[in-house]
Design a protein around this ligand. Structure first.
Ligand code: PLP
Length: 347
């Protein structure tokens, strides 16, 4: 792998803690091109502009996918990744769905490890701080015919981040727009899924909500996800979460929480979650917690869900399942507890 280093790091100059999530980027990026049916030699170079032409295929047809992961600093200044193989695998599933070439897992991980070693000083210490990692791939041929591209570019960029949500989280159930439909691309991390979600999400924000709860594309009767997170509810002394389908992104945090919950003795069932049942359960006092789960926000307790004209409020209790699971998960990610699952990877 070719490595071209920056002459001078920007690390000390950037006061990134006062900036928006994901707006300050570390010194280097990893880049590798796919052409003539094969992946070329990868290289690390200074973060910077990439040369593109107006005929760039992905700008027209949207063959573009990405991943979201984090590197964490441990108590002895170690650098940890959390289940990075799962991100590489999901990336390739997204690639297949979007008719793009899979990237060898070794190439993905080797590029990532080298990049992290080089930009290690960008990984912030501190509770809920981490280096957010954004691997992505886009169609990089230059033609405008609605056929799959021949050439692709894979890049990894990283940015230091703090907690995603800093205040309360109030969400609205979306009953008109759909994030993903059956047979669509919802289970892939395809860029277009996010582009299509911005308009309804913006409308919800204008109404004072932080996020939306996405419902099924057929009848809007079942809960699917919350914004860019998977969703869990506490029903009495158990957790429930919607089962995976082709319209739900298979979150790595979701999978980890299901396994962690089981490990600490909280039963968790994967079942279809009807909106009316949640509203009734909330009225009866059986549904007492709701939270989102994802890499960016880890575990985010939901303070209220507005469904039609009902506002279901949730008390943020100190012994909530959400807090318990968040602590367990972060202890694993930041290297503060034993890892019986083998999920933590030292860089
Ligand atoms: C739509 C959607 N659902 C769920 C998730 C959570 O996935 P993960 O836990 O792997 O970050 C994400 C974030 O990647 C997402 O974009």
């Amino acid at each position: 792998m070719k490595i071209e280093k920056v002459n001078q790091s920007r690390c000390d100059k950037d006061n990134w803690r006062d900036t928006e999530f994901g707006s300050v980027f570390s010194d280097h990026m990893f880049i590798v091109n796919y052409k003539n049916g094969q992946w070329q030699e990868g290289q690390i170079k200074p973060y910077g502009a990439i040369n593109i032409l107006p005929s760039l295929h992905s700008l027209h047809y949207g063959q573009a996918i990405f991943e979201g992961m984090k590197a964490y600093k441990g108590p002895k200044d170690e650098t940890f990744l959390f289940r990075p193989d799962q991100n590489a695998k999901r990336f390739n599933k997204s690639a297949v769905r979007m008719c793009m070439p899979e990237i060898p897992e070794d190439l993905f991980l080797e590029g990532l490890f080298e990049l992290l070693k080089l930009d290690e000083k960008w990984i912030p210490h501190g509770e809920s701080s981490a280096l957010y990692i954004r691997p992505f791939m886009f169609a990089s041929s230059n033609f405008i015919k609605a056929n799959p591209s021949d050439e692709y570019t894979f890049i990894i960029i990283t940015c230091p981040v703090q907690a995603y949500y800093k205040g309360e989280v109030h969400v609205k159930v979306e009953l008109d727009y759909t994030r993903a439909s059956s047979g669509g691309t919802g289970a892939a991390k395809a860029a277009g899924n996010y582009g299509a979600s911005f308009f309804p999400a913006k409308k919800a924000q204008e109404e004072g909500f932080q996020q939306l709860i996405w419902t099924d594309g057929n009848n809007h009767q079942f809960i699917e996800e919350s914004g860019t997170m998977n969703i869990f509810f506490r029903r009495n002394d158990e957790l429930i979460t919607p089962p995976l389908s082709d319209s739900i992104l298979p979150g790595i945090t979701r999978d980890s929480l299901i396994k962690l919950a089981d490990h600490i003795g909280i039963p968790c069932k994967e079942e279809k979650i009807g909106l009316e049942k949640i509203a009734l359960g909330h009225r009866l006092g059986n549904i007492t917690e709701a939270f989102g789960a994802g890499t960016a926000a880890t575990v985010a307790s939901i303070n209220s869900i507005t469904y039609k004209d009902q506002k279901l409020s949730f008390e943020d209790k100190s012994d909530s399942f959400a807090r318990k699971l968040k602590t367990e998960l972060q202890n694993l990610q930041y290297g503060r507890s034993e890892d019986p699952f083998g999920w933590r990877v030292t860089v």
